[in-house]
Design a protein around this ligand. Sequence first.
Ligand code: A3P
Length: 310
Amino acid sequence: REDDGSVSQYLYFYHEFWCPSTFIQSTISFQNNFHAKDSDIIAASMPKSGSTWLKGLAYAIVNRQYFTSLENKHPLLLSNPHELVPQFEASLYGGKDPVLTQVDVPNMTEPRLFGTHMPFPSLPKSVKESNCKIIYICRNPFDIFVSYWTFFNKIRLKKSLTELTLEEAFERYCKGICIFGPFWENMLGYFKESIERPYRVLFLKYEDLKEDVNFNIKRIAEFVGIPFTQEEENNGVIENIIKLCSFESMKESNGNNSGTVTVNVDREFFFRKGEIGDWVNYFSPSMIERLSKIMQEKFSGSSLSFKGCP
Ligand code: A3P
């Protein structure tokens, strides 16, 4: 057990990952109660890797019919992607009664869309044994750290807690002590699965999405079995999705629709800069050296590489 310095009081090392105390009950409930369907689509990630963006894209791709019928009030303009694509370990199985309180999970419209930050090995057996599709978004650990630190300090401020210093947060991060971490285990678990079973796990990188979102939207659509038709492409459906899910559009609609996604987490907290390489404004030379060394050590046996960091 460790003091996590972020949202909940403690992190527990549970099933090989650091689980916030506030999520323990819901995590266990999810593991015990969820029955995957082959048509399910799961957006997975380490926190602060672009989960909100991925959820928005997946939702827009799956619900592309909205572009013709609900032009001006697309759900993504009214809600945060985390509200449209529920997180297993948080919203879905949370609450006092750790059974599905708000959403009728078994009867959700198919394909059902979910999110998770849990590492692959900790997912329920039914997810691992079904043919559901998992899309993982990975981001360079330097940018994740800055995004993580700034995000949790916003929450701390809201809860009237003192801000965590950069040094304190970095020390924990390097030891692997962060929500759903260690980050290297989280990334490597899904990466390995994406190599062994590429039809089950699509491994995306935040930096690649920034570079060519059009290409990656098509990849996602093909991966989940609903590729775009020529007609849809000609009608600018992909361009509409790009615009709807752009950082600017999401930040604006979430700012205009204030409110919280979960207790103490404002919708707008999920949108900060949306850039690659902002870490240069925060890292000292010794921090660069330390994190680079950790990455070399942890990722050396794999072919996983990162963009946007030293
Ligand atoms: P920064 O803090 O570096 O700006 P997550 O969604 O996993 O919590 O990740 C949050 C990070 O993704 C934040 O990074 C946030 O600004 C960025 N982000 C959110 N929506 C985005 C979008 N539509 N396009 C690009 N980046 C986005």
